[in-house]
Design a protein around this ligand. Structure first.
Ligand SMILES: O=C(O)/C=C\C(=O)CC(=O)CC(=O)O
Length: 219
């Protein structure tokens, strides 16, 4: 759908897993968008500026300007894309139980894992403890995700079609590696990650392919 209300703009940070989820969904839905980088680290974080607080009062990325409105929170943004772009590839299954399973995995990751290892939390936990802290919560959450996937995964998280659950899982696997989580106890998670690492929509959304990725962080 061409937006009469101007270009679609994603406020994003290259290695923010929440921005990354939305980039994948936009790519899968083939929605053209511009990236407006928000540095979470420059000068204490551009997300805390007065200007950006007007965009997102939570002072976080992502935010998406689309169809003349600004939306925040990756889950609600992804659902908006799904509900408005009905002619492009569906990211929720038709089957009601499978839909519930997709939402379950999304929520475990977006409420039960990522917020515990988010930048504001790690700053609060402190430099000395932050890596151990992030590792602990990702490990705990991944044990649940692996168990859930045991009964609903096919080629991807839920069955054989890519869904919003995959948009959430892949960025979280990147964070797990960043905090040196041993992924060997999670063979289903690892298999899905391998399956999707070369998918064009996932590849284009990868942190190392973002305009604000620092040169030293390129793969
Ligand atoms: O160290 C930095 O570069 C700053 C921030 C991030 O990576 C993003 C996060 O806060 C965690 C996340 O997206 O899960």
């Amino acid at each position: 759908m061409a937006s009469a209300a101007g270009k679609t703009v994603l406020y994003s940070y290259w290695r923010s897993s929440c921005s990354w989820r939305v980039r994948i969904a936009l790519n899968l839905k083939e929605i053209p968008y511009e990236i407006k980088p928000v540095s979470l680290i420059k000068a204490g974080g551009e997300q805390h500026s007065n200007e950006y607080r007007e965009v997102n009062p939570m002072e976080q990325v992502p935010a998406l300007f689309i169809d003349g409105v600004t939306l925040i929170e990756s889950n609600s943004i992804m659902h908006y894309l799904e509900e408005t772009r009905t002619h492009s590839r569906p990211l929720l299954p038709g089957d009601i139980v499978k839909r519930a399973k997709v939402r379950e995995i999304c929520e475990v990751i977006t409420s039960g894992i990522q917020p515990l290892q988010n930048l504001v939390v790690l700053i609060h936990v402190g430099e000395e403890k932050k890596n151990e802290w992030a590792k602990h919560w990702i490990n705990r959450g991944f044990r649940a995700v692996e168990k859930l996937l045991g009964s609903c995964a096919g080629k991807y998280c839920v069955g054989d079609e890519i869904t919003l659950a995959d948009c959430c899982l892949i960025p979280q696997v990147f964070n797990a590696r960043r905090f040196h989580v041993d992924l060997r106890p999670f063979p289903i998670i690892l298999r899905i990650d391998r399956e999707l690492e070369t998918h064009p929509a996932f590849l284009a959304a990868h942190p190392s392919n973002q305009p604000d990725c620092p040169p030293e962080a390129h793969k």
